[in-house]
Design a protein around this ligand. Structure first.
Ligand code: ATP
Length: 201
């Protein structure tokens, strides 16, 4: 019988370096499930999910090409906390099912699920372990402003407001990776990798 991989979440506040750290794990051969990317794909490709979005927010949610109408959604859905809750209520279960079938197709000792929100949504209950990528708020905001020059500080702060503070995520996590200038990432990743491989065997 095929052994199921251990499910490990990798989270961290905006600009903490989740994607950067996930790339290092990926070089070690660990499959990465990007919740954001998969959610965006499912919103276009999953017909049941698409139908729910259209009936709640209207046909304008999609462009004629079938792509998401990001301008419309940003203005009418993502600016309203109640509607954000509603759309998340459609998207999260679809991502959960998609992640489960993706995990079943993997054969590595463990897999990583990268998501900005894990503790905020109770996602840790569906995972075996969680890694938090940690960095001070000021450094994170600076990184994001450098990476996304089109984003305003207000938009960045709006995202931060939806995320648990870094210190709380550190407390709740099984592993913490400190992504600050004076700490090397690769040795921290290798240590956790070895631990997870031994837990899996
Ligand atoms: P988001 O939540 O916005 O998706 P993230 O947590 O995935 O962000 P990354 O995209 O990995 O973060 O990193 C944010 C930016 O900071 C990127 O431009 C990345 O190259 C840069 N960065 C990450 N770690 C470091 C570091 N240790 N030193 C300098 N720059 C870094």
């Amino acid at each position: 019988m095929k052994i199921k991989p251990i499910k490990v979440g990798i989270t961290g506040g905006i600009g903490s370096g989740k994607s950067t750290v996930a790339k290092i794990f990926s070089i070690l051969g660990i499959p990465i499930y990007s919740s954001d990317d998969r959610a965006k794909r499912l919103m276009i490709e999953d017909s049941v999910l698409k139908e729910k979005i259209i009936s709640a927010f209207g046909k304008e949610s999609y462009l004629e090409s079938g792509q998401l109408n990001r301008t419309f959604l940003a203005k009418t859905v993502f600016s309203d906390p109640e509607k954000v809750k509603q759309i998340n209520g459609f998207v999260h279960p679809a991502v959960k099912d998609d992640f489960d079938s993706w995990v079943n197709a993997q054969s590595s000792p463990y897999v990583l699920k990268e998501a900005a929100l894990i503790f905020e949504t109770g996602g840790q209950n569906l995972l075996d372990y969680v890694i938090n990528v940690s960095a001070p708020l000021r450094i994170r905001v600076n990184r994001v402003m450098m990476r996304d020059p089109d984003r305003s500080e207000a938009q960045i702060n709006q995202i931060i407001d939806q995320q648990l503070p870094d210190e709380e995520k550190n407390e709740l996590s099984d592993f913490v990776i400190k992504n600050v200038d004076n700490k090397l990432l690769i040795p921290q990743v290798l240590k956790i990798h070895e631990k997870l491989v031994s837990l899996a065997s």
